[in-house]
Design a protein around this ligand. Structure first.
Ligand SMILES: Cc1cc2nc3c(=O)[nH]c(=O)nc-3n(C[C@H](O)[C@H](O)[C@H](O)COP(=O)(O)OP(=O)(O)OC[C@H]3O[C@@H](n4cnc5c(N)ncnc54)[C@H](O)[C@@H]3O)c2cc1C
Length: 325
């Protein structure tokens, strides 16, 4: 029997689906509240979307003016590690469906079944993959990247970054000291990224807007990107050593409506206590929709506290939650 083989011999207080920042922190809080819990994660590593941008700086985490996403994942995991024996984390295990029995739920995974009184969906809306660059021959270039794992390869290189969101701008800022040059190209004059960071990048790097990408080419082992100004039609040919494309993410699998809870904008509708339309199934982080919802790490962490607190109160009304002040 493999380490993460599931069976029905244990009745959990709560099973958490997803080990992104929200699920990992929910696991830590469940252990602190002495709930019988486990975390199920479909991929081979914890950290969720942060694993896609480990070396990007995060500027909006309370207590840190700047922290690399990889370091933040490590801190969240280190905090969880103290409770690993109480709340195991099962990697490479995909939650597939849930059905209600009398007093509990049966959760089916690809490693068997689990019995649990409550659940927290921290699955971030499923797995995502980066939107690809839609130019002929793009797949033949081995110097085009959609996420960054190691920054060493960019040392003293000419970088071109495409996109106008936080990822493009934050990576531009993060790589300024590593790269020889950073050029950011965006198809609009307006950016979706934090204004302060856009202004900083404009001071320190070359920012070209509004430009459309036209064509990729190779000449004498060198790579070039042809771009066209959206208003004047002026054409520029830009040489690059590496091209980073940050056009956002597209979902690759799992529609949330398959779970049987009410869904809006492909996210679980929740109450202000983070309970879904099915009693005792909660949802937190990026898989949640409510009016005013922000898809940020910090909101997911706060939602983890609310959901775990609510579950503790529901299952053990006389027990003091450790984070009830
Ligand atoms: C490039 C980029 C830069 C970003 N920068 C910032 C930033 O600077 N600041 C900020 O606050 N936010 C940032 N974000 C957003 C932030 O990463 C997300 O808000 C955060 O990761 C959401 O956390 P989560 O735990 O809810 O979901 P996720 O991080 O998406 O984690 C969900 C986890 O659930 C797992 N899962 C999914 N389905 C199943 C299943 N059926 N069974 C088991 N496991 C499953 C997934 O594998 C994943 O590990 C950024 C996002 C991206 C893509």
């Amino acid at each position: 029997m493999s380490e993460n083989q599931q069976n029905l011999s244990t009745l959990y207080d709560v099973v958490i689906i997803g080990a992104g920042p929200s699920g990992l922190f929910a696991g830590t809080l469940a252990a602190m509240n002495q709930l019988k819990a486990c975390i199920i994660e479909s991929s081979s590593e914890y950290g969720g979307q942060l694993t896609l941008y480990r070396e990007k700086a995060v500027y909006d985490m309370p207590g840190f003016s700047k922290i690399l996403a990889g370091d933040l994942v490590k801190s969240l995991y280190d905090q969880y590690l103290a409770y690993r024996d109480k709340v195991p984390l099962y990697l490479n295990t995909q939650a597939k469906s849930v059905k209600k029995e009398d007093e509990y739920f049966i959760l089916t995974t690809d490693h068997g079944e689990l019995k649990t009184k409550t659940m927290i969906m921290a699955n971030g809306g499923g797995m995502f993959q980066p939107r690809r660059l839609d130019l002929e021959h793009a797949d033949e270039f081995d110097n085009i990247y959609y996420y960054v794992q190691k920054t060493d390869i960019f040392k003293q290189k000419d970088l071109v970054i495409l996109g106008g969101g936080d990822s493009a701008v934050d990576w531009g800022l993060t790589l300024l000291d590593t790269a020889k040059s950073v050029t950011l190209i965006h198809r609009r004059n307006d950016f979706r990224a934090h204004e302060q960071n856009v202004n900083l990048l404009k001071e320190k790097a070359t920012v070209l807007t509004p430009y459309q990408t036209l064509e990729l080419s190779k000449e004498n082992e060198k790579s070039f990107l042809m771009i066209k100004h959206a208003e004047t039609n002026e054409i520029q040919k830009i040489k690059f050593d590496h091209l980073l494309v940050f056009y956002g993410m597209v979902p690759i699998r799992e529609r949330l409506d398959q779970w049987g809870m009410e869904v809006e904008k492909n996210a679980f509708k929740v109450t202000c206590a983070l309970e879904t339309s099915v009693k005792n199934i909660y949802a937190i982080g990026n898989s949640v929709y409510y009016e005013g919802k922000l898809r940020m790490i910090v909101t997911g962490l706060g939602e983890a506290a609310t959901a775990v607190g609510q579950i503790t109160k529901t299952l053990y009304p006389n027990k003091m939650s450790v984070f009830k002040h």
